[in-house]
Design a protein around this ligand. Structure first.
Ligand code: DP6
Length: 358
């Protein structure tokens, strides 16, 4: 993929706009641990969300006299130097892969549909939306991609910004990282997961906000701690095996197998945080109460509902769309008490990025 760019020269005077929205995702099998440059230590699989989106628009003009990046960045209408610096560093790193960027002036405007304090992974949707815009620009100015190659290229470019962003490029379920039993899979980009049982269609994710706010420990710092974690090898092996097992579970429509594996992954992720050097703890008392209550409720009622966790205290309640009513009642009567200001964000399996520019 990387060698395939630039078979056409950019037009001498090009101005235009590209605009995409891209969803966030929640991992079922977790990516935790990486090696340079942004390759995962194990494959991961995620659910693409529908409502938690980043909208990104880039107004650009091409000027052959320019040498080097000229980028302005606004987040939710305001100049945001912290985000702007991250975006600039990311774009600098892409100059060899996307040489046309050297001659562009760009104004980037970005906004999220979800609150910053919700604990939803904004780097996945933000880097996903940016990558979709960049590859749209590339396909106008340097190389025309077929549809499948376009998304693969976008996933590759997104991965360089944030590993989990590589998976946000696809609807439904997405897999990133070379994995036995998934012939097309690669460490370089994510692929869409197809062939799963219809019972998983429209799966729901209700995010219980136990603790709003930014991540206490950045993902980068967390990934880095896996380099010295005494249990990391076993963890990487576990994730690889879980992905092999998950293939059968998804094909057969085994909801309870899915839940067991998903919960094991969530607890393993947090076990890695606790056993790092230094170790840290992101779960709060409310998190533990919710996890315990979900397991009891499932045992009592047989409902197809389970939990997963991101790098934070909030709980993602994943459930069968057919059981929405019973789960919503359960949330209302038993779980809201553990949420800050009764906050829950309801989301579900989504259809992937959408282009807004013409
Ligand atoms: C716990 O993708 O945020 O959400 O590649 O450094 O940007 P970077 O890390 P990031 O890590 C995500 C970790 C996770 C699990 C997952 O999404 O698989």
């Amino acid at each position: 993929m990387t060698e395939r760019e630039s078979n056409r020269k950019p037009e001498k005077k090009a101005t235009g706009t590209v605009e995409w929205s891209c969803p966030s995702n929640i991992a079922i099998v977790k990516y935790w641990g990486k090696k340079p440059v942004q390759f995962p230590m194990n494959p991961s699989l995620s659910l693409t969300l529908r409502n938690a989106l980043t909208h990104t628009r880039i107004d650009y003009s091409y000027d052959p006299r320019l040498e080097g990046l000229q980028v302005g960045f606004r987040f939710e209408g305001k100049r945001n130097p912290a985000f702007g610096d991250r975006v600039s560093r990311y774009l600098e790193g892409l100059l060899t892969l996307m040489p046309f960027l050297r001659h562009l002036r760009m104004e980037i405007d970005s906004s999220n549909t979800f609150p910053h304090s919700s604990g939803i992974a904004s780097s996945a949707s933000a880097m996903g939306a940016l990558a979709m815009c960049l590859v749209s620009m590339e396909s106008r100015m340097a190389y025309v991609y077929s549809s499948a190659d376009f998304f693969r290229r976008a996933s590759y470019v997104a991965r360089l910004g944030s590993g989990s962003a590589s998976r946000s490029i696809y609807p439904g379920l997405a897999l990133w990282g070379a994995s036995d039993g998934w012939p097309e899979s690669s460490d370089e980009f994510a692929i869409p997961v197809t062939g799963y049982h219809r019972c998983f269609d429209g799966m729901k994710d209700s995010i219980l906000i136990v603790e709003p706010g930014q991540k206490k420990v950045s993902s980068s710092a967390g990934h880095a701690l896996m380099d010295t974690n005494p249990y990391s090898r076993t963890r990487f092996q576990q994730a690889r095996e879980n992905l092999r097992t998950l293939k059968g579970i998804l094909a057969e429509g085994d909801w309870h197998g899915f839940i067991d594996l998903m919960e094991e992954e969530a607890l393993s992720l947090h076990a890695m945080m606790m056993t790092g050097r230094p170790g840290y703890l992101l779960m709060q008392p409310g998190t533990l109460s919710i996890l315990g209550r979900i397991r009891e409720f499932r045992k009592e009622t047989g409902t197809r509902v389970g939990f997963t966790l991101d790098a934070g205290a909030n709980v993602h309640l994943i459930y069968d769309m057919g059981q929405e009513r019973v789960v919503r009642d359960f949330i209302g009567s038993e779980l809201l008490q553990y949420c800050v200001e009764n906050r829950v964000i309801h989301d579900e399996m989504g259809a992937g990025p959408v282009e807004k520019s013409q």
